[in-house]
Design a binder for this molecule. Sequence first.
Ligand SMILES: [Zn+2]
Length: 412
Amino acid sequence: MYLYNTLSQRLEPVTSEDGVFRMYVCGVTPYDTTHLGHAFTFVCFDVLVRYLEFLGYRTITVQNVTDIDDDILKRAKEIGVAWDELARRETANYLADMKAINVRPPDHYPHATQEISKILELVTVLLEKGYAYERNGSVYYDIHRDPGFGELGHMDYPEMLRTANERGNLPDDPNKRDPLDFVLWQAAKPGEPTWDSPWGPGRPGWHIECSAMSMRYLGPQIDIHSGGADLIFPHHTCEIAQSEHYSGITPFVRYWFHVEMVMLRGEKMSKSLGNMLFINDLIGTYSADAIRLYLLSHHYREVWDADSADTHLTAAEDMRMRWRSALAAAGGSGEALNVLPYEAMFGEAMDDDLDTKRAIDHLDELADAILDTAHSGGDVHRAQIALRTLADVLGLRLDDENFGSTHSFDKG
Ligand SMILES: [Zn+2]
């Protein structure tokens, strides 16, 4: 199998010496409802995991929850609930949404607030090694000590600074030596939750959380690290810097697998623009299979627009019904349908940088061939097993599904 690696910007053969893939995907910051863009990332990652297992590998998967963050504190204040209550509630909603669209839960699901001791260990070592400095109770990563900083993003310094500033960086923080230095530990601010540290009370920076959690559950080197393409810089760039200088082991990640953004009305689907399609709403109208077929009919590296979602979801629903008919077709004792070409084409598509779009086309051809063969009295038994097995790689259940809201409690 070949996958595109964001770091090398090339397709690379995917290999594993011990037959295991240690995989990490950056999870959500639980302060709002899961939209279609989030779902695209997690469904693509889910299919990658399923396909690697189909190929005979073992996987160990970790997904974090950033359950303490500026966004959570801000939103909790706006709606007048405790920050940890909001995080708990939205985490539960997120898990219900993922379950509803048949995304397999990760093997480990660490929460940032439960991992403070590992975070403190990383920050301490980075300070000891001289890659970080402390000022007024906050600790910063010193990008000038790190000539390789920023390789993943393929940006020059001005572009890095501009992008970081758009994504929450505080360039005017008087404690910083360079406006692009990023916070590893932030000193307590009035009214915010805090944890004790050698530098006084405070809370972790966002980037260090993922380094600490991936190290704790997967060791110093990850095989495949995933997340939305908007995390390439600064988040994943900072993860590499901290992790490699903490552990001394390079590369921190063997393959960077980034899933592109979903647009609506010409803009990236986002809370700030209010242009979102929520999974919780779609699941009341469409089957999980149709939602997955719709998402997976786009390549994971394609930026696409969900403007005509209803038309495409309706077509996906029709496709799903046709595949179900193919699975239920009686067939006869005539010549058996030869499935080898379909299995080969499915494998070629998936091996080619997880081309789910083409893989779906080939399964649709297989379903048509099953219906034709059954109609003329041929044997479709083996072909039906193949269709079910390969549909399962895409996480499609092809069963009777219950439609309806995934959230059982009031969302405030
Ligand atoms: Zn992360």
